[in-house]
Design a protein around this ligand. Structure first.
Ligand code: NDP
Ligand code: PYR
Ligand code: MG
Length: 648
């Protein structure tokens, strides 16, 4: 048996990923002397003729091509240089002669150690080390995945700087994916603030400086006309969820351009850890049309296009090409989650593609669903129904108007009153003051339904005094805007004021948990977008909830996927809210919580997924037929497990 050089292409072929070989072949381990992990040109990826052209129709359990031949290696030809046959004339090539930069490595297991999907580090057993050519590439000890988790947590806890933890987690994600997810799933409350808000915000701000390895797919104006090709460069083919941003409104940190990539990457790691969607089915995308952030434009480490943002037709055409290419490449049932677009694009994109694609805007819809859930749960403290309450928002953008609309829809449905009527108890303040009818002509379309009759008011505190809300919600992206006077006024007006500071990251929170509890003398029902630690006030411990769309989108997306739904419907958002609110137990209420702890999030997500799927079937939007009988069990059993597999 001998190996022979492959014709003219070099191939790093993972057939399992290409779906040519969905399952490991039986008896593959004793087949072969050679595995060829290779860099594989796209032009050849889709062809099963490839194998025969390589002189092989067999693959090993990892999906590498196995070449088996009894052919005698060719005799060295006369053009041997340096004692090695120069098959491709590379050695003989002069500087001006182009050559193919291919590399071919005989199976050594080295590539396996560097493949994040299959790497197990020190957890490779002795048998696996023999079978997969790893002997000598690892120190002798063999440890369990549990011990690896323990060790990694120990390391992470030693880092004082949150960004170091973030970088260590990203490094792990890129070197040992299963260990990354096991760590995240088993330590979700501790690690969520690392891979998600608030640390991901700082990471995006400094993305260029901390950039080591690219994550996700970058689609810039330079790729115009070639987006389908770019999608095909992504190694995974069975994509079920895409989170896409254009980086213009990253959390409450503004325009971070291409560096917003941290957000789709972070959101998708939650899709897997919290919602159980396979990592290989998740695709993070950043659309780079430039940035208007001068600091980034002048930052030598900035990784994006160094130009001001494209707008108008140029922007729309790129987005349209992307949306069309996604559907063409992945079909109609891929969930496209819009994330952190500025509101002047977000509402239009949702409206434009809502009828042709399975799109979901997390900031508008996911946030609405999570907040509605919190409010339904809070009724336990304050009594009555939502229709009895009066709502005031600071911030009338995506989050603010999205939440307002879903609350109105819920009230309208439950109280059987017209939507316009339900909206009347909901008021919003933007950067210019209370939204009132005299401003109607000059405000953006998404604010118009909230322009009620009232005299203009500039300051939030005056709006609180005039409107007398029972619920105050911050979605302004501006920190410390719920001043002591605002919170005290809420506490004067209400026995149990509901105060939600939703803006992220922590620096942008409208007030802290401590401020909310102290200024309201322990009476506030409080939750925030980014996490705050429990607060002791006059001998009592208050546990603030995290009102973040992370409770909703992973389960929501899973529900869409498992039912094969083709369009998102508002009733699915309401179903998700109810499913989340139901999971508040007496023990949570006793601590003042209106959201269940994240440690049970997989169970919570399965319940949300089941309700969303059930609603999709009810609405006739599901395509996976027949409908599974027990949707919640179906959701649970379909969830990705990060435990290692054992290799033949
Ligand atoms: N907890 C969660 O799950 C989520 C939290 N968020 C957070 O919410 C914040 C806002 O996001 P989003 O709605 O998408 O952003 P938008 O830009 O769409 O909206 C921001 C709104 O805040 C208003 N605003 C800005 N500054 C002030 C101010 N000083 N006083 C009063 N109003 C002000 C703006 O006014 P104007 O219209 O006049 O410019 C605008 O109406 C962000 O920090 C984001 O991180 C968002 C989604 C989910
Ligand atoms: C949580 C989130 O989606 C945001 O702050 O934008
Ligand atoms: Mg967001």
């Amino acid at each position: 048996m001998a190996s022979f050089p492959i014709d003219h292409h070099s191939i790093a072929l993972d057939l399992t990923k290409l779906n040519l070989c969905p399952k490991p072949l039986p008896h593959a381990s004793d087949m072969l002397p050679f595995r060829l992990p290779v860099v594989f040109p796209r032009s050849l990826r889709t062809s099963s003729r490839l194998l025969s052209s390589l002189g092989s129709n067999r693959v090993d359990p990892n999906g590498s091509v196995l070449i088996e031949t009894t052919t005698t290696p060719p005799e060295p030809s006369p053009d041997v240089t340096g004692g090695v046959q120069d098959v491709y004339g590379e050695d003989a090539a002069t500087e001006d002669m182009p050559i193919t930069p291919w590399s071919l490595s005989v199976a050594s297991g080295y590539t396996l150690l560097r493949d994040p999907h299959h790497n197990k580090g020190l957890a490779f057993s002795q048998r696996e080390r023999d079978a997969h050519y790893l002997r000598g590439l690892l120190p002798p000890t063999v440890i369990s995945q549990d011990l690896q988790v323990k060790k990694m947590m120990h390391t992470l806890r030693h880092y004082q700087v949150p960004l170091q933890r973030y970088m260590a987690m990203m490094d792990l994600q890129e070197t040992n994916e299963r260990l990354f997810y096991k760590l995240l799933i088993e330590n979700v409350e501790e690690l969520l603030p690392v891979v998600y808000t608030p640390t991901v915000g700082e990471a995006c701000q400094k993305y260029g400086s901390i950039f080591l390895r690219p994550q996700g797919l970058f689609i810039s104006l330079k790729e115009k006309g070639k987006i389908l090709e770019v999608l095909r460069n992504w190694p995974e083919k069975n994509i079920q969820v895409i989170v896409v941003t254009d980086g213009e409104r990253i959390l409450g940190l503004g325009d971070l351009g291409c560096q917003g990539m941290g957000i789709p990457v972070g959101k998708l790691s939650l899709y897997t850890a919290l919602g159980g969607v396979r990592p290989s089915a998740c695709l993070p995308v950043t659309i780079d049309v430039g940035t208007n952030n001068e600091k980034l434009l002048n930052d030598e480490f900035y990784i994006g296009l160094r130009q001001r943002r494209a707008t108008g037709e140029e922007y729309s055409e790129l987005m349209h090409e992307f949306m069309t290419a996604v559907k063409q490449n992945y079909g109609e049932k891929v969930v496209i989650q819009f994330e952190d677009f500025a509101n002047h694009n977000a509402f239009d994109l949702l409206a434009k593609y809502g009828t042709t694609h399975l799109v979901f805007n997390d900031d508008i819809q996911g946030t609405a669903s999570v907040v509605l859930a919190g409010l339904l749960a809070a009724l336990k403290f304050v009594g009555g129904s939502l229709a009895n309450h009066r709502f005031l928002f600071l911030g009338a953008g995506e989050a603010g108007t999205g939440i307002a609309e879903l609350i109105a829809l819920e009230i309208s449905k439950k109280s059987q009153i017209p939507l316009e009527e339900a909206r009347k108890n909901i008021w919003l303040v933007d950067s210019k003051g209370l939204i009132v009818s005299s401003r109607k002509e000059s405000i953006q379309h998404f604010k118009k339904p909230w322009a009620h009759d009232h005299k203009p008011i500039k300051e939030l505190v005056d709006a609180v005094k005039a409107i007398k809300p029972t619920v105050l919600i911050g979605t302004s992206g501006v920190g410390q805007t719920f001043t002591q006077e605002v919170v005290e006024t809420m506490a004067e007006l209400n026995e149990k004021p509901i105060i939600l500071s939703l803006s992220n990251p922590t620096s942008q929170s409208e007030c802290t948990a401590e401020q909310a509890y102290t200024w309201s003398k322990g009476r506030a029902i409080f939750a925030s977008g980014s996490p705050f630690a429990p607060v002791e006030y006059e001998g009592k411990t208050f546990v603030p909830g995290q009102a973040n769309n992370a409770y909703i989108f992973p389960g929501f997306g899973l529900g869409l996927i498992m039912s094969g739904t083709i369009r998102v419907h508002d009733d699915m958002l309401l179903a998700a809210s109810e499913a989340l609110a139901e999971q508040l137990m007496e023990e949570h209420y006793e601590k003042g919580m209106i959201f269940p702890p994240f440690r049970n999030i997989r169970k919570i997500s399965a319940r949300i997924a089941a309700r969303v799927a059930a609603k999709a079937y009810e609405l006739g939007l599901a395509t996976r037929l027949p409908q599974p009988k027990e949707l919640e069990k179906c959701a649970e059993s379909s969830m990705y497990s990060p435990s290692y597999h054992s290799y033949r």
